[in-house]
Design a protein around this ligand. Sequence first.
Ligand SMILES: NC(=O)c1ccc[n+]([C@@H]2O[C@H](COP(=O)([O-])OP(=O)(O)OC[C@H]3O[C@@H](n4cnc5c(N)ncnc54)[C@H](O)[C@@H]3O)[C@@H](O)[C@H]2O)c1
Length: 336
Amino acid sequence: MKKKNIFITGVAGFLGSQLAESLIKEGYKVRGNDNLIGGYEDNLPADLEFHKIDCNDLENMKKITKGTDILYHCAAHPYEGLSVFSPSMVTNSVFQATSTTLSAFTQNKGERFVFCSSMARYGMNQTPFTEDMETRPQDPYAIAKVAAEDLTKLMSRIHGFEYSIAIPHNIYGPNQKYDDPFRNVAAIFINKMLRGEQPKIYGDGNQRRCFSYIKDDVPLLADLGLNPIASGETINIGPDDEFVTINYLAKTIAEIIGFDLKAEYFPERLQEVQEANCSADKAKRLFGFSPKYTLQKGLEEMVDWVQERGPKKFGYHLPVEIVNEDTPETWAKKIM
Ligand SMILES: NC(=O)c1ccc[n+]([C@@H]2O[C@H](COP(=O)([O-])OP(=O)(O)OC[C@H]3O[C@@H](n4cnc5c(N)ncnc54)[C@H](O)[C@@H]3O)[C@@H](O)[C@H]2O)c1
């Protein structure tokens, strides 16, 4: 059977580049685009056909997605915390970019559209979050993700293509941006400690999260595009055990690196939920999802990768639109 033709948006980013690498290894022809505002150019796999095009550029998106069977829409500026202070930039990259990508995909008669949403969609629901829960978005990022999910389903119904919705949660690992002061807590802590600096923690550090290692998650994300049973499904991506506090995460990384941890604490961020973890039951039941990496093992590999690339100075590459008394000091004063 002829292998599907794959297109990945946000392909220089963390999930996009890891997915591209894995599908290329399996013999798929993979193309992709990125505006290179986030991600790293050297994440791009050698055999990828790459286009430096913004998803909001409709005419070019129509040209470069011609012949696509499966499109994984990973592009976004996925900044939940920052979205409270930069709603315009974040919602534009989430909702508007999805509608433009959907438009190009539909024009080119694609077969399946995989939308990367976010666990932010669950907001204040009781944990663990299950896919059948009502969405309760609490910030601009989450509102844009839920709206983009709805748009994907609507366009699928009207124009007759298949869709599936991936809900990744707190994934970390190689290719993740670690010099980004706005996002990716595990990567930030590793970069800070390798630079010999104390990590900065918002609130008391007792907020709890479930972290998942990229190598466990890529096959499941790939399945959402390729497996017939994924059509029309919304699936949480990430394990549901090892539910840990941010303090525990910092302590574990410090022990791996051999760093004398004395974290600095800052006021909690607006709208940050205290508890957030997703159930992996549906992924286990439908796709045999079975994570192999413990948090310890995944973090060890991630530390090795950052060490190999070399720790970096944090770069403030995105605008903070609203600066007031509630804006986290680390962003307003650029003190990461
Ligand atoms: N990593 C996670 O744990 C996680 C959790 C929840 C949701 N997600 C979702 O998964 C997707 C991928 O996340 P990631 O962690 O790989 O993020 P990432 O920031 O590493 O990658 C996103 C890429 O999209 C690109 N991009 C942004 N806007 C674009 C546009 N308009 N046109 C073209 N390229 C654009 C960026 O330059 C970046 O390279 C996002 O949609 C994100 O919301 C990820």
